[in-house]
Ligand binder design. Structure first.
Ligand SMILES: O=C(O)c1ccc(O)c(O)c1
Ligand SMILES: [Mg+2]
Length: 632
């Protein structure tokens, strides 16, 4: 399988685009005409530059408003095509994309279009070139790949083929299985793009909101399965028109693109075992069992402060690392579900993370079915493996760098599961101060909004997880977009929060911690009222919620005043869905906006209390303001 990407998908000038595309491991590029026109070198220089990067030009595009023109436009269109053929010869590519005509002058008629393409194919053949015909979803007469195929079929020329583009087919909800009857060798190139579901006109949707396969909501896998079934063996080429990507980091977008293609083809290979698909062999997405630990990097002083906060939540220091300045905090019986690690080392990644971000939860450990396989898959998908010096007798825990520069460790059932015994030495048992917190319910990570798709693709391509629809959270200082990535049964729940500006609580946290990511940790309780009582007696001060909230709860959901009274007294917020109920309360802020949450899920409640987020944020801002939080 050859991977390719259109230059239009990446930001920067042509030089920067090519460097990023090559570094990410693509085999080829589609040269988008405008990227070429804006460049100040000759076509031959562009061709040389592409090849010096080890890339080939898979396609020159687009050639517009070609088929079905009346004279005199028709003759001029052919002249224009000949000029572009000259250019292609200099660039060193043999394939040109003709997109279906959108001109009001176009006459329509399948046979007329076929005759024009046949003549163009004849002219292309004289120069050893080929032309591919693509149906734009908004084409004037041709907007469906089935019609485009019929035209190509009737053109009946070896130098004329079909170009498929997942966006145009899927945006119009055309059944992708109609591709299965097209001969694979008549398809000259396949362009791939996903997109979020949006209600808008097709052209604007396509030109501004496409994204990488797996990042959006379109059934790109079903489309690609149908393409694979035709026997098509040419390049798979990403063609992503996206306003955000145009301003993003070329390196990141290129790495995301290649990750998305490999992940897609791996999925197709598993779902179409009868079709031979050349994709690097990789372990399947690994299932997650639970969050094994969260590790904070802090100074000694901050460790004391964080420890004080954890003590009020019922945690106590239980074990110390045998050779490092690292302490394990737990609560409840031995082997309870929450392991919090505080690292005050003066070297290594924890230390450098602390220098950059201040105290922060820079690492997490995830228990998976197979730790080594997880890292193998992640590496093939372009993630960076992480290894740190380990002392004699210590384990080498498979790990990768996360998107934000932190670390994700993977632990499985083998020797790795004994890490707490092997590397740690138990401390004297303190008096019992358990608050009934049983597990990490979810981890909330904050990032710039522009980086959210990168994170979503990272998690969903490496781990057996899925994304939920994005929701808007209103902060008095602006909007925060929130998207959940979760594993079956809640074994891993991540809430990703994308901040658009620094006036929001999330944006403030991001700015003040120089891009650290874990902004809050939610612990699960089986009895939130009991946990609330316990932590209060340990000195915990919950985030105070406005009394107006509880009046509204009674009115809105018809809750018993007795229940709302208890919630009001403990500052507990409430939500429910078709499956169950959710109770939650929060801590105040630690540092520049880090906090803890305690939750109880009753029945099969699946959400995260998103409806309550604005009230939580308003309360946190009230609490933060005296320390210099900008007024929203
Ligand atoms: O938006 C367009 O005009 C356009 C051009 C070329 C393509 O391949 C395409 O999918 C869209
Ligand atoms: Mg296209």
């Amino acid at each position: 399988m050859k991977t390719s990407i259109a230059t239009v998908s990446i930001s920067g000038d042509l030089r920067e685009k090519l460097a990023a595309i090559a570094a990410a491991g693509f085999d080829g590029v589609e040269i988008f005409e405008n990227d070429f026109l804006a460049f100040d070198g000759t076509p031959a220089e562009v061709g040389r530059m592409v090849r010096e990067h080890g890339l080939e030009i898979t396609l020159f595009q687009p050639f517009r408003d070609f088929e079905g023109m009346p004279e005199p436009q028709r003759a001029r269109t052919f002249d224009r095509a000949e000029r572009k053929f000259d250019l292609m010869a200099e660039l060193g590519t043999d394939l040109m994309l003709i997109c279906s005509n959108v001109s009001p002058l176009a006459l329509g008629g399948i046979d007329r279009a076929a005759a024009d393409l046949r003549e163009l194919g004849e002219r292309a053949a004289k120069r050893g070139l080929r032309v591919g015909y693509e149906a734009l979803a908004w084409g004037r007469h041709v907007s469906d790949h089935r019609d485009a195929w019929e035209i190509v079929r009737r053109a009946d020329h070896p130098n004329v083929g079909l170009i498929l583009d997942s966006f145009h087919t899927l945006a119009r909800e055309i059944d992708a299985d109609t591709i299965r009857s097209i001969p694979g060798d008549r398809i000259f190139i396949v362009q791939l793009a996903d997109a979020p579901r949006l209600a808008m006109d097709l052209l604007s949707w396509s030109r501004h909101y496409r994204n990488m396969p797996g990042e959006g909501d379109l059934p790109v896998t079903a489309f690609m399965r149908a393409v694979a079934a035709t026997g098509y063996a040419g390049p798979l080429s990403l063609e992503i028109f996206n306003d955000q990507f145009r301003g993003g980091s070329p390196r990141t977008i290129a790495v995301d693109g290649r990750r998305s293609l490999l992940n897609l083809m791996d999925e197709v290979r598993r779902e179409e075992p009868a079709v031979a698909i050349a994709v690097p062999d990789m372990p399947p997405r690994v299932s997650v069992e639970r969050v094994e630990f969260i590790e904070f990097a802090t100074s000694e002083e901050e460790a004391t402060e964080l420890g004080r906060m954890l003590s009020t939540l019922g945690f106590s220091p239980r074990a110390r690392h045998r050779s490092k300045d690292v302490v394990l905090w737990r609560q409840g019986p031995e082997r309870s579900g929450i392991n919090i690690v505080i690292n005050t080392e003066r070297e290594g990644l924890a230390h450098s993370s602390h220098l950059v971000h201040g105290a922060n939860a820079y690492a997490m450990g995830i228990r998976v079915a197979d730790a080594a396989a997880t890292v193998t898959r992640a590496r093939i998908l372009g993630a960076e493996p992480f290894e740190q010096r380990h002392g004699p007798g210590e384990l080498s825990i498979p790990a990768i760098r996360g998107v934000g520069g932190g670390v994700i460790y993977f632990i499985d059932g083998g020797e790795l599961s004994r890490v707490w015994d092997i590397e740690f030495e138990a401390l004297a048992q303190p008096e019992e101060q358990d608050a009934g917190l049983l597990a990490i319910d979810h981890i909330a990570q904050t990032m710039n909004y522009e980086e959210m798709l990168t994170w979503v693709l990272f998690y969903t391509s490496i781990l057996k997880t899925r994304k939920l629809p994005m929701v808007d959270v209103v902060d008095p200082g602006g909007l925060v977009r929130s998207q959940v990535v979760e594993a079956d049964g809640g074994a891993l729940r991540l809430t990703l929060n994308g901040a658009e500006n620094r006036k929001t609580l999330a944006g403030h946290f991001l700015a003040e911690s120089f891009g650290s990511t874990v902004q809050h940790l939610a612990f699960a309780s089986a009895d939130i009222f009991r946990s609330a009582d316990r932590v209060r007696s340990l000195g915990f001060r919950p985030l105070e919620i406005s009394p107006n909230y509880y009046d509204d709860l009674e009115a809105r959901l018809g809750l018993e005043p007795e229940l709302t009274g208890r919630m009001r007294a403990a500052n507990i917020l409430y939500d429910r869905d078709g499956d169950g109920e959710y109770f939650q309360f929060y801590s105040g802020n630690y540092g520049e906006g880090f906090f803890f949450e305690i939750v109880e899920r009753r029945g099969g409640y699946r959400g995260y209390g998103a409806v309550n987020a604005p009230f939580r944020i308003a309360a946190q801002k009230r609490a933060l303001r005296p320390k210099g939080m900008p007024k929203a």
